[in-house]
Design a protein around this ligand. Sequence first.
Ligand SMILES: [Zn+2]
Length: 245
Amino acid sequence: MTDFWITSIVEKHKKSEMLIDEGSAMQITERLHAFIWNQMASNNCNTYLIDGSEKILIDPGHVMHFAHVRNGLAELGLGLNDIGLVVLTHAHPDHLEAVRLFRGGLAKLAMHELAWQLIESFGPMIDPNMDISSYRPEIFLGEGEMTAGDTSLEVIHTPGHSPGSISLYWLQQKALFTGDLIFKDGLGRTDIPGGDGAQLKQSIRRVAEMDIEILLPGHGDLIVGKDAVQKNFRQVEDFWFAISS
Ligand SMILES: [Zn+2]
């Protein structure tokens, strides 16, 4: 990772704080863009774009906040129909809802099979009018490598926050997309249906072993630099694991 990219992250981050209402893309590396949600007043997830021969959007977020992503994509000269694949780290509404804006378009949808099962079982309870079929994936992701265009990602099943939670490791960039497994200074909730504290710890310990330069969580700040990423894993282990055991 060169200083150039780190500098550009800082500059872009300042910009994103100012322009968050209109949406803003933060460039992390040449092929990686983040749409960081940093408004405290309402909950939404971070969205990430992998820019390759097939463009991958990870966790589109809430419909009501989607302008944040739509405008960020527009800054990059992209529209919804330029996205080839939408990947969900897990099937909670703040990550998944805007998936339906892509239906009828070109993008395929990918998630873990257990994430789809969660939508099938809980979707109608959350919203009786919810059209389940608009969230049905074309691709089920299990452990192992997935390829989209010239991008290869390793899918790691990391249950705990939800049964179908996955993390995605991009070896080429040493980047890990964690969804709600681990955050900067925190870890995913386990008090929602399907949550499991022991599984969450096990999943965090598994990814902590990996060679990660950029940690890209589903909420809050991203972490850049191997030492900072490792320090965050240690702090989560020392603080959160200690109080929850
Ligand atoms: Zn969640």
